[in-house]
Structures are given as C-alpha cells and as structure tokens.
Design a protein around this ligand. Structure first.
Ligand SMILES: N[C@@H](CCC(=O)N[C@@H](CS)C(=O)NCC(=O)O)C(=O)O
Length: 264
C-alpha cells in the first residue's frame, strides 16, 4: 500500500529554486504576479512527493528462543496482521552472554525501529494499540486485558507443571485443565456467544494468546477441549485462518517445541 502525499512550495529566485531541487522538489510551473511587494513578482511552484508508507514503515524484530513459549503470541499477532518482522531466534548457548542486554534479563523482546520493548503483556498491548487490536471502547479494552491476563494465569500453571512437576501431568489434565478451561469458555461466551472473537466481532490481541494456549492444551491432551464447544470451535476457526496458514504449516513441519525442556 502506498500513501502518497505532496508538499508544495513557492519561491521567487533561482538560488532558492536550485536549493530546493537538490532536496527532491520539482518545478511544476510559474505563478505569474504572485508576490505583491517582492521583486521579481513571479513565483516558481515546486512540488515534492512524499511516500508516507516509507516514512512510517516500522522495522520489527522479535527476539526469543527457538521455541513457541511466550514469543509465539507476538509472532502470531504480527503474522496475522501481515506485518513483516525479523524472527530472531536465540541459540541457547549464546544466551548467557546476551541476557544483560535486556531490561529484565529476559525475553521476549520486540524491537520497533531500534527501540526494545520487553514484557510479554506490554508488547502485546503495544501492538494492540498500533494495529487497532484493543477493542473500540474503554470497556472492551478492559475486557481484552482481563481475558489476556486470565489466559496468562493458565499458562503459568501449565509451565509450573511442565518445568517442575511433569510427573503430575495426568493429574493436571484431569483436575486443573478442566477447571481453568471452563472459566475461559464461560468468559468467551459473554461476547457474541463466543462464536466470533474474544471481544465480540473484532479481533483483538487476546485472540492470539487464546489460540496459542488452546493449541498447547491440545498438544498436552488431544481431548482437552472435548467438553468446551466454544473453545474448540474457536481453535478450529483460528487453525484454518488464511492469514496464518503458511506460518502454521511451517511450524508443524519444523516441529517447533512449545517449551525449552522439550516436554509438552
Ligand atoms: N515477565 C516476563 C517473563 C519473561 C520470561 O520468563 N522469559 C523467559 C523465557 S519464557 C526467559 O527469558 N528465560 C531466560 C532467563 O531467565 O535467563 C514476560 O512476561 O515477558
């Protein structure tokens, strides 16, 4: 997409004319007797075209490990929104020497035109503001924040099990997941009966975390969504979303791990 604009100048002498030509202005004509009190009274009309898509183009880089983890919400959002980004995947061995570059010594980090942003929630909200994924009203925005944080809580419980209590996996599937997923199912249904997006009829940044965590749930237990029809249908809709298709196909092909200890 191009956002062409032009800016126009008028000058009355050759020196000024040549000066502006050096900076990309073209002479488009002469306005006769333009000046009332200046000699010469003719004005050269100069025009410069500005491609705003170049001026405003942001360069994005997502720095994270070569796993899905927290970085995946950001990758999914940018991919779905058609925003190109540098997918910077850190090699584990290089991490110890890199860590101190990041504000809290952790990733994910989104770099936007050289400005680093860390903390997953802050990154997602930032992108939500940039790409209009924050709802249309203050209450929608609050709901989206609330939903996002709720899904993060589920992830925290999941991560604790994966990294520190993997032997409790069956118990987690039987007793923790159903309780947590029931909360999300209920909340999802409060907007358009859960048949569209988290916040109703418009995609928001919370949709990406929900999709990712439902996908992670299905990897842990392919039956985890059987009793949650709204969540299951949501996951199916997002799995076949055209804007994500290539990305998801590639991810499946490459068998990218969900967690860095290889358990899932
Ligand atoms: N509160 C942070 C936590 C980030 C975090 O825990 N990052 C982990 C990977 S998921 C990390 O950088 N681990 C490496 C380390 O701590 O050295 C967020 O939400 O982004």
């Amino acid at each position: 997409m191009q956002f062409l604009e032009h800016t126009t100048l008028k000058v009355n002498n050759e020196t000024a004319l040549n000066f502006y030509k050096k900076y990309g202005f073209e002479q488009k004509g002469v306005a006769e007797k333009y000046y009332k009190r200046i000699e010469p009274d003719n004005a050269y009309i100069l025009v410069k075209h500005i491609d705003r898509s170049v001026v405003f183009a942001m360069v994005y880089k997502v720095t994270y490990f070569d796993i899905r983890g927290f970085g995946e919400y950001i990758r999914l959002l940018l991919t779905d929104q058609g925003v190109e980004f540098i997918d910077d995947r850190i090699e584990r061995e290089k991490w110890p020497e890199m860590k101190s570059r990041f504000a809290f010594n952790q990733v994910p980090c989104l770099t936007e035109n050289d400005v680093p942003i860390v903390q997953t929630g802050a990154i997602m909200r930032h992108l939500g503001r940039k790409f209009n994924l924050n709802g249309s009203t203050e209450s929608e925005e609050t709901f989206i924040d609330m939903f996002f944080e709720g899904v993060r809580d589920l992830r925290t419980k999941y991560s604790k099990m994966i990294y520190t209590e993997y032997e409790n996996k069956d118990d987690f599937i039987k007793n923790v997941y159903p309780v947590e997923l029931a909360k999300l199912e209920k909340l999802l249904k409060t907007h358009k009966n859960g048949e569209q997006y988290v916040a109703g009829d418009k995609v928001s940044y919370a949709d990406y975390i929900l999709f990712e965590e439902l996908d992670v749930a299905l990897i842990l237990d392919p039956h985890s969504l059987d009793k949650f029809s709204a969540l299951k249908a949501f996951h199916e809709r997002w799995s076949s979303r055209p804007s994500l298709k290539n990305y998801l196909d590639r991810r499946n092909l490459q068998k990218v791990d969900v967690n860095y200890n290889g358990k899932q």
